[in-house]
Design a protein around this ligand. Structure first.
Ligand SMILES: Nc1ncnc2c1ncn2[C@@H]1O[C@H](COP(=O)(O)OP(=O)(O)OP(=O)(O)O)[C@@H](O)[C@H]1O
Ligand SMILES: [Mg+2]
Length: 257
Protein backbone atom coordinates (compact mmCIF):
# COMPACT_ATOMS: atom_id res chain seq x y z
CA UNK A 1 0.00 0.00 0.00
CA UNK A 2 1.27 3.48 -0.75
CA UNK A 3 1.68 6.04 2.03
CA UNK A 4 -1.23 8.03 0.63
CA UNK A 5 -3.73 5.29 1.40
CA UNK A 6 -2.16 3.43 4.30
CA UNK A 7 -3.29 5.77 7.03
CA UNK A 8 -6.71 6.70 5.72
CA UNK A 9 -9.97 5.95 7.51
CA UNK A 10 -12.99 4.98 5.38
CA UNK A 11 -14.45 7.90 3.45
CA UNK A 12 -17.25 9.64 5.30
CA UNK A 13 -16.08 8.66 8.76
CA UNK A 14 -13.30 11.22 9.03
CA UNK A 15 -13.60 14.24 11.29
CA UNK A 16 -10.44 15.59 9.64
CA UNK A 17 -8.33 14.46 6.73
CA UNK A 18 -5.02 15.42 5.15
CA UNK A 19 -4.34 14.34 1.60
CA UNK A 20 -0.90 14.74 0.04
CA UNK A 21 -0.19 17.55 2.49
CA UNK A 22 3.09 19.42 2.05
CA UNK A 23 4.42 22.23 4.19
CA UNK A 24 7.66 23.97 3.33
CA UNK A 25 9.15 26.72 5.47
CA UNK A 26 11.74 29.18 4.13
CA UNK A 27 13.66 29.21 0.86
CA UNK A 28 17.11 28.29 -0.40
CA UNK A 29 19.48 27.28 2.37
CA UNK A 30 16.88 27.79 5.08
CA UNK A 31 14.29 25.66 3.27
CA UNK A 32 12.71 23.07 5.57
CA UNK A 33 10.23 20.46 4.41
CA UNK A 34 8.16 20.14 7.58
CA UNK A 35 5.45 17.93 6.02
CA UNK A 36 6.22 15.68 3.09
CA UNK A 37 3.19 14.20 1.29
CA UNK A 38 1.22 13.43 4.45
CA UNK A 39 -2.06 11.59 4.01
CA UNK A 40 -3.92 10.71 7.17
CA UNK A 41 -7.43 10.83 8.48
CA UNK A 42 -8.84 11.09 11.96
CA UNK A 43 -12.04 9.12 12.49
CA UNK A 44 -15.07 10.60 14.19
CA UNK A 45 -15.27 9.72 17.86
CA UNK A 46 -11.69 8.49 17.83
CA UNK A 47 -8.79 9.47 20.10
CA UNK A 48 -5.57 9.63 18.07
CA UNK A 49 -2.08 10.32 19.42
CA UNK A 50 0.63 11.73 17.18
CA UNK A 51 4.20 10.86 18.11
CA UNK A 52 7.62 11.38 16.61
CA UNK A 53 11.01 12.96 17.27
CA UNK A 54 11.37 16.68 17.91
CA UNK A 55 11.17 18.51 14.58
CA UNK A 56 9.34 15.67 12.82
CA UNK A 57 6.39 17.93 11.97
CA UNK A 58 3.80 17.09 14.64
CA UNK A 59 2.87 20.67 15.55
CA UNK A 60 2.99 21.70 11.89
CA UNK A 61 0.51 18.95 11.01
CA UNK A 62 -1.87 20.00 13.79
CA UNK A 63 -1.59 23.70 12.87
CA UNK A 64 -2.22 23.01 9.18
CA UNK A 65 -5.20 20.78 9.95
CA UNK A 66 -6.65 23.30 12.42
CA UNK A 67 -6.32 26.16 9.93
CA UNK A 68 -3.75 27.95 12.08
CA UNK A 69 -1.09 27.72 9.38
CA UNK A 70 -1.21 27.70 5.54
CA UNK A 71 -0.30 24.54 3.67
CA UNK A 72 2.17 24.64 0.75
CA UNK A 73 0.19 22.10 -1.28
CA UNK A 74 -2.28 19.29 -0.79
CA UNK A 75 -5.60 19.21 0.97
CA UNK A 76 -6.79 19.50 4.56
CA UNK A 77 -10.44 19.01 5.42
CA UNK A 78 -12.49 19.34 8.58
CA UNK A 79 -15.64 17.29 8.12
CA UNK A 80 -16.69 18.07 4.54
CA UNK A 81 -15.01 21.46 4.42
CA UNK A 82 -11.78 22.01 2.50
CA UNK A 83 -9.53 24.44 4.37
CA UNK A 84 -7.21 25.18 1.49
CA UNK A 85 -8.45 28.25 -0.39
CA UNK A 86 -10.85 29.43 2.31
CA UNK A 87 -10.97 33.17 2.83
CA UNK A 88 -9.76 34.48 6.20
CA UNK A 89 -13.28 35.19 7.38
CA UNK A 90 -14.52 31.71 6.49
CA UNK A 91 -11.48 30.16 8.13
CA UNK A 92 -12.01 32.14 11.31
CA UNK A 93 -15.64 31.01 11.42
CA UNK A 94 -14.69 27.38 10.78
CA UNK A 95 -12.06 27.47 13.54
CA UNK A 96 -14.54 29.06 15.91
CA UNK A 97 -17.41 26.67 15.17
CA UNK A 98 -15.73 23.36 14.50
CA UNK A 99 -12.28 23.24 16.05
CA UNK A 100 -11.00 23.25 19.61
CA UNK A 101 -7.28 23.73 20.17
CA UNK A 102 -5.50 23.02 23.45
CA UNK A 103 -2.09 24.66 23.58
CA UNK A 104 0.77 23.47 25.72
CA UNK A 105 0.81 26.83 27.50
CA UNK A 106 -2.79 26.96 28.65
CA UNK A 107 -3.41 30.49 27.28
CA UNK A 108 -5.89 31.41 30.01
CA UNK A 109 -6.67 35.04 30.75
CA UNK A 110 -5.52 35.77 34.33
CA UNK A 111 -8.19 38.35 35.13
CA UNK A 112 -11.11 36.06 34.24
CA UNK A 113 -12.55 33.28 36.37
CA UNK A 114 -12.39 29.66 35.24
CA UNK A 115 -15.99 29.85 34.00
CA UNK A 116 -15.38 33.12 32.15
CA UNK A 117 -12.30 31.60 30.51
CA UNK A 118 -14.30 28.56 29.41
CA UNK A 119 -17.09 30.57 27.82
CA UNK A 120 -14.86 33.36 26.43
CA UNK A 121 -14.67 32.09 22.82
CA UNK A 122 -18.45 31.78 22.70
CA UNK A 123 -18.92 35.16 24.38
CA UNK A 124 -16.65 36.78 21.78
CA UNK A 125 -18.46 34.98 18.98
CA UNK A 126 -21.85 35.94 20.41
CA UNK A 127 -22.84 32.26 20.48
CA UNK A 128 -25.42 31.17 22.99
CA UNK A 129 -23.93 28.90 25.64
CA UNK A 130 -25.63 25.50 25.87
CA UNK A 131 -25.94 25.39 29.65
CA UNK A 132 -26.72 21.68 29.95
CA UNK A 133 -23.73 20.79 27.80
CA UNK A 134 -21.50 23.20 29.68
CA UNK A 135 -22.53 21.65 33.01
CA UNK A 136 -21.71 18.22 31.64
CA UNK A 137 -18.31 19.35 30.39
CA UNK A 138 -17.50 21.06 33.68
CA UNK A 139 -18.54 17.98 35.62
CA UNK A 140 -16.54 15.71 33.33
CA UNK A 141 -13.39 17.77 33.83
CA UNK A 142 -14.06 17.88 37.58
CA UNK A 143 -14.11 21.66 37.88
CA UNK A 144 -17.53 22.11 39.47
CA UNK A 145 -16.16 23.60 42.69
CA UNK A 146 -13.59 25.81 40.98
CA UNK A 147 -15.57 27.85 38.47
CA UNK A 148 -15.20 31.18 40.25
CA UNK A 149 -11.44 30.79 40.78
CA UNK A 150 -8.92 32.73 38.69
CA UNK A 151 -6.07 30.85 36.96
CA UNK A 152 -3.54 31.89 39.64
CA UNK A 153 -5.74 30.20 42.25
CA UNK A 154 -5.72 26.90 40.35
CA UNK A 155 -3.11 24.16 40.11
CA UNK A 156 -1.39 23.49 36.80
CA UNK A 157 -3.60 20.47 36.21
CA UNK A 158 -6.73 22.44 37.00
CA UNK A 159 -5.66 25.23 34.63
CA UNK A 160 -5.12 22.69 31.89
CA UNK A 161 -8.57 21.27 32.64
CA UNK A 162 -10.02 24.76 32.16
CA UNK A 163 -8.23 24.89 28.80
CA UNK A 164 -9.73 21.48 27.94
CA UNK A 165 -13.21 22.57 28.99
CA UNK A 166 -12.84 25.74 26.91
CA UNK A 167 -11.97 23.62 23.86
CA UNK A 168 -14.96 21.33 24.47
CA UNK A 169 -17.54 23.93 25.47
CA UNK A 170 -18.63 24.87 21.96
CA UNK A 171 -18.97 21.18 20.93
CA UNK A 172 -16.32 21.37 18.21
CA UNK A 173 -16.17 18.60 15.63
CA UNK A 174 -12.58 17.99 16.57
CA UNK A 175 -10.13 18.91 19.29
CA UNK A 176 -6.43 19.24 18.60
CA UNK A 177 -4.18 19.13 21.66
CA UNK A 178 -0.45 19.86 21.30
CA UNK A 179 1.35 18.16 24.20
CA UNK A 180 -1.43 19.02 26.66
CA UNK A 181 0.33 17.15 29.46
CA UNK A 182 3.85 18.28 28.54
CA UNK A 183 4.40 20.45 31.60
CA UNK A 184 2.23 18.70 34.15
CA UNK A 185 3.20 16.29 36.91
CA UNK A 186 2.18 12.71 36.24
CA UNK A 187 -0.94 12.86 38.41
CA UNK A 188 -2.30 16.01 36.78
CA UNK A 189 -1.29 14.58 33.42
CA UNK A 190 -3.24 11.40 34.10
CA UNK A 191 -6.31 13.47 35.03
CA UNK A 192 -6.20 15.33 31.73
CA UNK A 193 -5.65 12.15 29.75
CA UNK A 194 -8.53 10.39 31.49
CA UNK A 195 -10.67 13.40 30.79
CA UNK A 196 -9.77 13.46 27.09
CA UNK A 197 -10.44 9.75 26.85
CA UNK A 198 -13.77 10.15 28.65
CA UNK A 199 -14.75 13.01 26.37
CA UNK A 200 -14.24 10.62 23.45
CA UNK A 201 -16.00 7.64 25.06
CA UNK A 202 -18.84 9.47 26.83
CA UNK A 203 -19.34 12.68 24.88
CA UNK A 204 -18.44 11.32 21.44
CA UNK A 205 -15.63 13.84 20.94
CA UNK A 206 -12.89 13.47 18.35
CA UNK A 207 -9.45 14.18 19.78
CA UNK A 208 -6.02 14.40 18.13
CA UNK A 209 -3.18 14.79 20.62
CA UNK A 210 0.55 15.25 20.18
CA UNK A 211 2.66 13.64 22.89
CA UNK A 212 6.19 12.44 23.54
CA UNK A 213 5.06 10.15 26.34
CA UNK A 214 4.27 6.46 25.63
CA UNK A 215 2.00 6.32 28.70
CA UNK A 216 0.03 9.33 27.44
CA UNK A 217 -0.19 7.75 23.99
CA UNK A 218 -1.60 4.55 25.53
CA UNK A 219 -4.79 6.46 26.43
CA UNK A 220 -5.48 6.89 22.71
CA UNK A 221 -7.27 4.46 20.38
CA UNK A 222 -4.55 4.82 17.79
CA UNK A 223 -1.03 6.20 17.54
CA UNK A 224 0.34 7.72 14.33
CA UNK A 225 4.12 8.06 14.08
CA UNK A 226 5.81 10.89 12.19
CA UNK A 227 9.49 11.06 11.20
CA UNK A 228 11.07 13.71 8.98
CA UNK A 229 7.69 15.10 7.97
CA UNK A 230 6.28 11.75 6.89
CA UNK A 231 3.93 9.30 8.52
CA UNK A 232 5.96 6.15 9.01
CA UNK A 233 3.77 3.89 11.10
CA UNK A 234 0.62 3.52 13.15
CA UNK A 235 -0.51 1.41 16.06
CA UNK A 236 -4.09 0.52 17.03
CA UNK A 237 -5.10 -0.13 20.64
CA UNK A 238 -1.68 0.98 21.89
CA UNK A 239 -0.12 -0.02 25.20
CA UNK A 240 2.73 2.00 26.71
CA UNK A 241 5.10 -0.94 26.18
CA UNK A 242 3.96 -1.38 22.59
CA UNK A 243 4.56 2.32 21.88
CA UNK A 244 8.00 2.22 23.56
CA UNK A 245 8.92 -0.81 21.51
CA UNK A 246 7.91 0.97 18.28
CA UNK A 247 9.90 4.08 19.30
CA UNK A 248 12.98 1.95 20.01
CA UNK A 249 12.76 0.48 16.54
CA UNK A 250 12.82 3.98 15.04
CA UNK A 251 15.79 4.90 17.24
CA UNK A 252 17.59 1.78 16.07
CA UNK A 253 17.22 3.10 12.53
CA UNK A 254 19.22 6.16 13.56
CA UNK A 255 16.45 8.55 14.45
CA UNK A 256 17.05 11.13 17.13
CA UNK A 257 14.50 12.45 19.55
N1 LIG B 1 7.75 29.04 11.49
C1 LIG B 1 8.71 28.21 11.06
N2 LIG B 1 9.68 28.65 10.23
C2 LIG B 1 10.65 27.82 9.78
N3 LIG B 1 10.74 26.52 10.10
C3 LIG B 1 9.81 26.03 10.94
C4 LIG B 1 8.76 26.84 11.48
N4 LIG B 1 7.98 26.06 12.28
C5 LIG B 1 8.55 24.84 12.27
N5 LIG B 1 9.63 24.81 11.46
C6 LIG B 1 10.46 23.64 11.18
O1 LIG B 1 9.62 22.59 10.71
C7 LIG B 1 10.03 21.35 11.27
C8 LIG B 1 8.86 20.71 12.01
O2 LIG B 1 8.57 21.51 13.15
P1 LIG B 1 7.43 21.14 14.18
O3 LIG B 1 7.29 22.28 15.13
O4 LIG B 1 6.22 20.74 13.43
O5 LIG B 1 8.05 19.86 14.91
P2 LIG B 1 7.48 18.98 16.12
O6 LIG B 1 7.42 17.58 15.64
O7 LIG B 1 6.24 19.60 16.64
O8 LIG B 1 8.66 19.10 17.17
P3 LIG B 1 8.61 19.19 18.80
O9 LIG B 1 8.43 17.80 19.28
O10 LIG B 1 9.97 19.72 19.14
O11 LIG B 1 7.52 20.13 19.19
C9 LIG B 1 11.23 21.63 12.14
O12 LIG B 1 12.40 21.33 11.41
C10 LIG B 1 11.13 23.10 12.41
O13 LIG B 1 12.41 23.67 12.59
MG1 LIG C 1 5.73 20.55 18.44
Amino acid sequence: MSSSTAYAAPTGLAAARATGLNKVYGEGETRVVALDDVSVSFGRGEFTAIMGPSGSGKSTLMHCMAGLDDVSSGSATIGDTELVGLKDKQLTRLRRDKIGFIFQAFNLLPTLTALENITLPMDIAGTKVDRAWLDRVVETVGLSGRLSHRPAQLSGGQQQRVACARALASKPEIIFADEPTGNLDSRSGAEILSFLRNSVRELGQTVVMVTHDPVAASYADRVVFLADGRIVDELHGPTADGVLDRMRRFDAKGRTS
